[in-house]
Design a protein around this ligand. Structure first.
Ligand code: DC
Length: 231
């Protein structure tokens, strides 16, 4: 594909487990861009906070967290099978950050403005010199309001819960379907209602509802818009 510009930024936002990471990864592979999973970064800080004992049940000691933010280093590497691996202070935490215990606390961590400020800085640094596809909740609205193209992905809640449930089963976990669905519903609510950078469709984002689309169809639809807009 030949683009009008050298460096392209593609923003993919949407609800939890709506398939936005799959779309973002597929687009990055197809276009030869780097892929950045911004949700993994919030998950890594959540894991750090759990390990450090910053939580007492669902109550976060945000003062302690904010004080230790400069000791948290998050990075990515790609393994031999082209999978993205999240590193927390150099440790591979890719599996740990997908657990339900992290999922149930990540919305609390991601509502702390100081955490968001640090993540947004890191996200912009990671993509300053290369074409990227980044997925998350605030990419088209806050991280890259000037993205070259923005997608907002959605699917109905039953479909999303089934997808996340199967993903956890494939990873060898033993999830409970109702718990998975409840976690998604809660995160949707918290992500949409937090004060700092709530999940909202950017006015110029293209809506993709993939409830009835398979992986290939959603990729083809996004590529159609990319070709039409950027080539
Ligand atoms: O994409 P994910 O489900 O792995 O994201 C985990 C959580 O991180 C999600 O519930 C909200 C938060 N998040 C965020 O606030 N902003 C982003 N750009 C990405 C994720």
């Amino acid at each position: 594909m030949k683009f009008k510009k050298n460096i392209i930024k593609i923003a993919v936002d949407g609800f939890s487990s709506c398939g936005k990471s799959t779309l973002a990864k597929d687009l990055a592979a197809e276009l030869g861009f780097i892929y950045i999973d911004s949700g993994a970064m919030y998950r890594a800080i959540t894991l750090y906070s759990i390990r450090k004992g910053f939580f007492e049940d669902q109550n976060l000691n945000s003062v302690e967290l904010i004080r230790s933010l400069n000791q948290v280093n998050i990075d990515f590497l790609t393994d031999e099978n082209s999978n993205l691996i999240t590193l927390l202070n150099g440790e591979n935490v890719e599996s740990d950050i997908r657990s339900l215990s992290v999922s149930s606390k990540v919305s609390i961590i991601s509502s702390v403005p100081e955490v968001r400020k640090k993540m947004v800085e890191l996200q912009r640094q990671m993509s300053s010199k290369k074409s990227v596809v980044m997925d998350g909740r605030d990419i088209g609205t806050v991280v890259f309001p000037d993205a070259d193209i923005k997608f907002f992905v959605t699917a109905d809640i039953e479909t999303r819960a089934k997808r996340r449930f199967l993903e956890l089963v494939e990873k060898g976990q033993n999830p409970n379907f109702e718990e998975v669905k409840k976690n998604l519903t809660e995160r949707d609510f918290l992500d949409q209602n937090r004060k700092d950078s709530p999940l909202v469709k950017a006015p110029d984002a293209i809506l993709i509802d993939n409830t009835n689309l398979n992986r290939k169809e959603q990729l083809e639809l996004a590529l159609y818009y990319i070709t039409k807009t950027l080539c």
